[in-house]
Design a protein around this ligand. Structure first.
Ligand code: ADP
Length: 450
């Protein structure tokens, strides 16, 4: 087992990882930018090293400084968290070249699944259902027109390197496709410095259903059930839950088996997520694999009792999975709200500032993952998520009622947040019935904000 792990991240996920390391008796090294000197992850870690200035490029993406800190302080592994360098194959390889273990899959697997067009091809060969779409990449607008004619409208133009919902545009007819293709490609170039594009059929009003998998270095793969992440705004998740009300035990078994098949086809090791869209007829299609721990992992932890960070560390240290598929039981229901420092009444504009008072709720079945404290400054340099509120109940209705109670109690003063919007969603009759798709926020926002 590792003795000392460097956590190449910040905020709540760095805190989350430090907590598990300490429970396992592993020392931690935190990294921070000059904007994060007083952050909670710095205070909770055994050691902390400043790796650069506020801009992510200078600090949390500064591979050289991070690797120097890790080797100088004698770390034997690096946990990348999510975002930043977590899906950077070069970083994963460099960690290993420096004689340490990257807590995640190999650089080659990250590369393969990071190219969503290549991942599609792999899934087709593994006989995992994928959304009907282009065979390979689409080079220009003319090819896009031909391809969309073949697939049939509406279509979704996607960046092979895409993430966070960027580099993606819908086209409902031939009139829209050229413009949609060019905009998506320009965005992909700007965001990822990579403009490889592909096209999928747009599944109208699907649910986003993803499966958590764990795979060890000995070829064992299990799934830990699904998460329903359909409550999204502009392809960014806002509320997640597990299990999904839309899945029967039979469908769960089928999709879970396909998720395991997908991970095996990729020769995957460590924790990963297979994302699907599910239509209203029970058809599901692979859209992508995330090769890291995800923001929404706590809902799976709440219903399985499995610490996913602990499993990641065990797998990386060459231990076999601690559980077999038939030992994994899903208990009750869990919901997570991502509280972002954003003004949802004004197009979700980011709201940096000082949090002058904060009250963190508690009680049975409540978990708050946050790095907030009184006087904390939310900076505009990084992601606007400031807290994850997670609840567990014996059933979905209990979880909904518990989440409402927790959101009533939670106080974050000084910055605008999405808390009120999430509270409203938890009272929406269609949400309560489980009648929602990825279009829910788009269709209901005006009514809820008014
Ligand atoms: P990213 O890597 O940017 O998150 P994804 O491929 O995971 O991109 O897609 C993000 C979201 O877009 C999904 O959660 C889903 O809501 C929607 N989406 C993706 N592909 C399709 C599709 N073919 N049809 C309908 N919706 C889709």
């Amino acid at each position: 087992m590792f003795k000392k792990i460097l956590i190449a991240n910040r905020g709540e996920i760095a805190v989350r990882i430090i907590r598990t390391c300490h429970e396992l008796g592993i020392e931690t090294v935190a990294i921070y930018s000059t904007a994060d000197e007083t952050s909670l992850h710095v205070q909770l870690s055994d050691e902390a090293v400043c790796v650069g200035g506020p801009k992510a490029m200078d600090s949390y993406l500064n591979m050289k400084n991070i690797l120097m800190a890790a080797t100088a302080l004698g770390c034997d592994a690096v946990h990348p968290g999510f975002g930043f360098l977590s899906e950077n194959a070069t970083f994963a390889r460099l960690v290993e070249e420096c004689g340490m273990t990257f807590i995640g899959p190999s650089g080659d697997v990250i590369d393969m699944m990071g190219n969503k067009s290549a991942a599609r091809k792999l899934m087709i060969s593994a006989k995992v259902p994928v959304v009907p779409g282009s065979k390979g990449s689409i080079k220009n607008a003319e090819e896009a027109v031909t391809c969309a004619d073949e697939i049939g409208y509406p279509v979704l133009i996607k960046a092979a390197a895409g993430g966070g919902g960027r580099g993606m545009r819908k086209a409902f007819s031939k009139d829209e496709i050229t413009q949609a293709f060019e905009t998506a490609r320009a965005e992909a170039k700007a965001c990822f410095n990579d403009d490889e594009m592909y096209i999928e059929k747009l599944i109208v009003d699907p649910k986003h259903i993803e499966f958590q998998i764990l795979a060890d270095n000995f070829g064992n793969v299990v799934h830990l059930g699904e998460r329903d992440c359909s409550i999204q705004r502009r392809n960014q998740k806002m509320i997640e839950e597990a299990p999904s009300k839309a899945l029967t035990p039979l469908l769960r078994e089928k999709m879970g088996a396909d998720a395991v098949k997908a991970a095996k086809a990729a020769n995957y090791a460590n924790a990963g997520t297979i994302e699907f869209v599910l239509d209203n007829k029970g058809n599901y299609y692979f859209i992508e694999m995330n090769t890291r721990i995800q923001v929404e992992h706590p809902v799976t932890e709440m219903i399985t009792g499995i610490d996913l960070i602990r499993e990641q560390i065990r797998i990386a240290s060459n231990q076999p999975l601690s559980l077999k598929q038939n030992e994994i039981k899903l208990n009750g229901h869990a919901i997570e709200c991502r509280i972002n420092a954003e003004d949802f009444k004004h197009d979700f504009r980011p709201c940096p500032g000082i949090v002058d008072s904060v009250h963190i709720p508690g009680g049975l079945g409540v978990r708050i993952d946050t790095a907030l404290y009184q006087g904390y400054r939310v900076t505009s340099h990084y992601d606007s998520m400031v807290a994850k509120v997670i609840v567990h109940g014996n059933n979905r209705l209990e979880a909904i009622r518990r989440m409402r109670r927790v959101l009533e109690e939670l106080v974050i003063n000084g910055v605008e947040t999405t808390q009120e919007l999430q509270y409203l969603i938890l009272h929406h009759p269609e949400y309560i019935k489980g009648n929602f798709t990825t279009s829910f926020i788009e269709n209901n926002l005006d009514e809820m904000v008014r």
